[in-house]
Design a protein around this ligand. Structure first.
Ligand SMILES: *[C@@H]1O[C@H](CO)[C@@H](O)[C@H](O)[C@H]1NC(C)=O
Length: 217
């Protein structure tokens, strides 16, 4: 094997290893409770003095309250990430509560930094995710109370309430700050906006349809 071939092989192997283990870094101390007052730009958030850490730094109240689903989607996400619990900093986990009105949808979105494991607490949900190109296979299932489903990191996924009443789910995510990219909002609602020509060609739409979608997002 020529040297440059070997080097390319090593680089490809390393990039696959990084992909396979993509998640938040392991902590190097018991905890690193985030201190939002420290103005340092770093990966994660700076720690406050461990001597001043208290139980409330690891706690959040209010997840018994349902989110307000009076919106066009009929769903509401209540996040419990490092921004709600500073003690989650460096720990690589977080949580959301999702409420769904009758027929409500949590629209297609991805989490750039986390896999997700969702438990249905009330009602019935159709859930699904789509594998990456070129296959784009949709993997879907109807879940009922107590059922659990996994959305792998980075893949586009959604949930729809298919039951006769409200639905509630709790989902855990493998990042202190999973991030969310809602496809429709990112594409048709970016600031500054994407030019019409890009959107017309990408989605095979005419100018009127692009204008309509931009006005919605
Ligand atoms: C829920 O959201 C709607 C629309 O924004 C608002 O009109 C309504 O007052 C909210 N309800 C509650 C209980 O906050």
């Amino acid at each position: 094997m020529a040297t440059h071939d070997f080097l390319s092989f090593v680089l490809v192997a390393i990039s696959f290893t990084v992909l396979a283990f993509a998640s938040d870094q392991n902590p190097l101390q018991d905890f690193c409770v985030a201190d939002p007052t420290i103005q340092v730009l770093m990966n994660g958030l700076p720690c406050k003095d461990p001597k001043t850490v208290e139980a409330n730094d690891f706690s959040f109240g209010g997840l018994h309250q349902s989110g307000n689903t009076s919106n066009p989607l009929g769903s509401a996400v209540t996040p419990v990430t490092v921004y709600e619990i500073p003690g989650l900093n460096t720990l690589g986990i977080s949580l959301v509560r999702v409420d769904y009105a009758r027929g409500g949808v949590n629209p297609p979105h991805t989490h750039p930094r986390a896999s997700e494991i969702l438990t249905v607490l009330e009602g019935s949900l159709e859930v699904g995710f789509v594998t990456s190109s070129p296959e784009n296979r949709r993997i879907t299932k109807v879940l009922h109370k107590g059922d659990v489903f996994v959305f792998p990191i980075g893949l586009v996924h959604y949930q729809k309430n298919v039951g006769p009443g409200n639905a509630v789910a709790i989902a855990a995510l493998s990042s202190q700050n999973p991030g969310v990219i809602i496809i429709a909002e990112a594409v048709f609602g970016s600031v500054p906006e994407m030019c019409d020509d890009v959107l017309m060609k990408s989605f095979q739409l005419d100018e009127g349809a692009v204008g309509y979608l931009k006005s919605k997002f």
